[in-house]
Design a protein around this ligand. Structure first.
Ligand SMILES: *Cc1c(COP(=O)(O)O)cnc(C)c1O
Length: 358
């Protein structure tokens, strides 16, 4: 039985997108970012498809533990690090690299004395104002870390770019310069660039790059779609028509009656809604691919269904295939129509959506 809503993953596209990363950053090691369940594509599945990268990065320790328990022996960097002592235990036991960004973490590390050691990525805040130490704190933090017996001697250094998706924003070069100057006297490997940094800012490449969204074939730049950067989308989202019916001029469609029919047409009901992760705020006119052609969304998105205008498809019938995003309908475009970014759409696919691999 075909499920009503399903996502098809093209795992060869993951390898293709990784090759694009290597094209832009030929000398860098690749830390593939597979947090948030591999941006909604499945943590273990994407880790598997990316065998051969130099490291995986996840946000939380439980994601790192899942990877280890599944047998992945690669370096795993946990981007948020630990907050409590028992979480630090897990880093030691599972040999996960931690990002160190706060003095609370320094205190917990200071207290530990055992034979086991972990690798630390010291994070500097160069303007994002989220995680990281200020540049003026670097010397003292570095010294304290160096004195911790549970830390491997080579301390890596990283920062995160706040506006790399805007090629005209001077902030990015300021961040890169601030970071480069701050870390100049230290040994250890460096990492600055996310996807937008890799594609747009050669000065950000350093020893390690941290591609996320581009691995899934999605453009980090709001004005471009992945195919314009030679990326291939990994996920496509599918459903089907479950009802087709004529509606008359003046009829309203959906909750709140917010959409009113200007002239009689054919209405299609598609079995997908926000309960599947289709965006609740997709505006009327958002394109939906029915039988290989675009038709506009009409009315409000509900939990299990959306409605479309089938005026251009008089022969459409229940059971006909529908694509919500994919190769011919970029998820970037759907995100734009819903006032969001494509990251949220792929991350937001729910449990109910069955994932099928090509
Ligand atoms: C999520 C994340 C990335 C990847 O960002 P993309 O925009 O998806 O490439 C890189 N570095 C850090 C610290 C992150 O949190």
């Amino acid at each position: 039985m075909i499920p009503a809503a399903y996502a098809i993953l093209d795992l060869d596209a993951v390898q293709h997108n990784l090759a694009v990363v290597r094209h832009y950053a030929p000398d860098a090691k690749v830390m593939a970012v597979i947090k948030a369940n591999g941006y909604g594509h499945g943590l273990l599945r994407i880790a598997e498809a990316l065998q051969g990268v130099d490291a995986y990065a996840v946000a939380r320790v439980d994601e790192g533990i899942r990877l280890r328990n599944a047998g992945f022996a690669n370096r795993i960097v946990v981007l948020e690090g630990f907050t409590y002592a028992d979480e630090l235990d897990a880093f030691m036991n599972y040999q996960l690299d931690t990002v160190v960004h706060s003095s609370v973490q320094l205190e917990l590390l200071d207290k530990r004395h055992e034979n086991n050691q972990i690798t630390v990525w010291l994070k500097l805040d160069t303007g994002m104002n989220r995680l990281g130490f200020k540049v003026r704190e670097l010397d003292s933090v570095y010294q304290r870390l160096s004195a911790c017996s549970v830390i491997k001697p080579s301390i890596h250094l990283m920062t995160h770019l706040a506006s790399a998706d805007d090629k005209n924003d001077a902030m990015t070069l300021r961040q890169i310069r601030l970071f480069d100057e701050a870390v100049a006297k230290y040994p250890g490997q460096r990492s600055i660039a996310n996807s937008a940094g890799i594609l747009g800012w050669p000065a950000a490449l350093a020893e390690w790059v941290r591609p996320g969204v581009m691995l899934y074939g999605i453009s980090p730049f709001p004005e471009l779609v992945g195919s314009q950067l030679d990326l291939k989308p990994v996920m496509s989202l599918h459903s089907r028509l479950i009802a087709v019916k004529p509606i008359e001029k003046g009829d309203t469609v959906g909750y709140g009656g917010s959409w009113r029919c200007e002239k009689s047409t054919l209405l299609g009901v598609v079995a997908i809604g926000y309960g599947d992760g289709y965006p609740r705020y997709a505006s009327p006119g958002t394109p939906v691919f029915v039988n290989g052609k675009r038709v506009p969304l009409i009315g409000r998105v509900s939990m299990d269904m959306i409605t479309v205008d089938l005026e251009t498809q008089p022969l459409a019938k229940p059971g006909d295939p529908v694509i919500l995003w994919g190769e011919h309908l970029p998820v970037e475009e759907i995100a734009h129509c819903a006032g969001t970014i494509p990251y949220t759409l792929v991350c937001g696919i729910t449990q109910r959506v069955q994932i099928v691999c090509d």
